[in-house]
Design a protein around this ligand. Sequence first.
Ligand code: BGC
Length: 764
Amino acid sequence: MKRINSLLLLTALLTGGSAIGQQKAAVSKDPKMDAFVNELMSRMTIEEKIGQLNLPAVGFDVTGPILSEGVDEKIDQGLVGGVFNTFTPQAVRKLQQRAVTNSRLKIPLLFGYDVVHGHKTIFPIPLALSTSWDMDLIEKSARIAAREASADGLNWTFSPMVDISRDPRWGRMSEGSGEDPYLGGLIGAAMVKGYQTNSLANRDAILACVKHFALYGAAEAGRDYNTTDMSPIRMYNEYLPPYKAAIDAGAETVMVSFNDINGVPATANHWLLTDLLRNQWGFKGFVVSDYTGVSELVAHGLGDLQTVSARSVSAGTDMDMVSEGFLKTLKKSLDEKKIGIDVIDLACRRILEMKYRMGLFADPFKYVDEKRAETEILSAANRNDARKIAAASMVLLKNENQLLPLRKNAKIALIGPLADNQRDMIGNWSAAGDWKKAVSVMTGLKNMAPDLKIVYAKGANLVDDPHILKQINANGAEIHADSKSPDELILDAVKAAKEAEIAVVVLGESAIMGGEATSRTNLDLLPNQQKLLKALKETGKPIVLVLMNSRPLTLTWEDENIPAILETWFAGTEAGNAIADVLMGNYNPAGKLTATFPRNMGQIPLYYNHKSTGRPYNGVSNEKFVSRYIDSSNDPLYPFGYGLSYTTFSISPVKLNRTDLQKGRNLEAAVEVKNTGKYDGHEVVQLYIQDIYGSVTRPVKELKGFQKIFLKKGESKKVIFKIDEEMLRFYNSELKHVAEPGDFNVFIGSNSRDVSQATFKLSN
Ligand code: BGC
């Protein structure tokens, strides 16, 4: 019997589930809402119902909203459920007014936008936020983002992005929380709470949208939009948990991913959107496609626009972003009996219910408040929080001879194309952010330490590579070659370094080299920047390398040759101030990597929670027939969880209070952490567990807990983790969530590599 079930399940997975239909109706617990929506729907024409499923983009520029073709008229005709890319109270009021005045049934619109890491006050890119390992700060960033967005007329953000990625070739790694499903789930949940608060009735709450459902980060070869083909057991254990955690935290909407999943693209995948999301996970909100996700199914090869539209809505995609496939073809499919009215009714009901629950029918202008926009957006308080959050996201990768922090009156050479740069500070997907409001490193240092003597040299163009330049300039990077030649730029920089005690060199990617459609096959520093760094090394001056980038880079040469390296990602509006805080020791860095830094491209995908293989390599021998490379170490350059501090910490060997665990009880794993250095600081103490023998192979270790603690210099603290049977559960070959009796290793340490170990047994 079990075997048959799992076979059925597997078949469903492989085929994308049962055919069109079979969606369960949402079970509402609000009779008043039911009565309202029933009455409204009884008056709606088919066209108006389909209209609610339509989400066009209405562009915005500095002079006001530019309506994409025919949207005004469609709003008047009741053929639009919501729009995105329109904000400011003035612009939103104009469209909402149309909807509630001109349209027959006066149904208000939703206003969505990519408020991904802040609205106008931009926080660090999401990957950077995750390296803070600080759920309170992350929630706060989402809260501030929601306050600003709702003050600017918006009521729906396309965030959090919780796609697990183990492949830094994929530029969208910058938009998520890295490679770990447990940490990714906690972060997704924290962001949902920050956006939605505890009630949609609140004026400063906005709808969260968990994206991109699902497995988008596992695109083959790290190439954006590419196919995903994945075993169910890997999906359930390694990739699905963050989506589920964000949905369990109450996320009201879900965005479907672009990719093919085991032969059926997500947008038309009934198994994914109905069997799993709604029937297994109990999701009650609505599902939106990604940008033209519906019409792209034609290019995927699923059929013409009519076929793919019918298939998408039947699979469980309720709202069609931009394609207008629903608008143009669903009525025809209905007339031809290719879909039933129940499918359209269900999707329409889900959207109307959301509008009702948000209070939009009671007050369509709930989020339109010019006064709020004036006082709540980009306030000094928000910027101050952004600065703190940015500092907390920075990761100190190397600090030989305690080169950092800098002395307050040092003479420094500040070098690099990102050193006096505002444009790139806010990173990618900072949609409403204004880079002109961002603080450069130069300004940050001057603000913080007026006595610092700074000699500046640009040293290199941000990008010289003609191929990359062409791509990114076509998408708005506006990078122009300096009037000086690359050699002249380097000569200037060398001269500046020679005049100074220390060189602070700010290098990395352009912001636009990260985010959507920015896959890369080489993650070294760009050749012109490397050339600069090598010339500076020749001067013999100590170098601090300050990095800005959207994903892990391959930094093997830099690690071998540069004494201090600070990873600052793209830190947002307050980047320069926060970087100055860290460089000058005003803030002691405590960030820890959430994505492994490989030594070279050939190691990718490289992640800490991998399986063992039958021939594991011990890292030292020259044995041939083991799982290793002959031209590279297996080990990463910087492992998951890694990051230094200006102080040092000792962590005692892990001690268990018992070595036998039973269901319903717990055991304690404890370490003593001591600040043994010269600065007060934070340490993220990390708990990993390995299920040594299982009915299926299990990872060599998995993050199961962490505590970020603050210790004054000389101070110690006992850190205790409680371990129970629930933490040991995983999805087995029948996709049952079980813990199997047997032996487990517990590891505690300051990163996934540097840990001590103990063993316990889970008994029946
Ligand atoms: C992206 C989404 C985004 C949407 C709307 C798409 O291209 O994949 O992440 O939310 O556009 O801007």
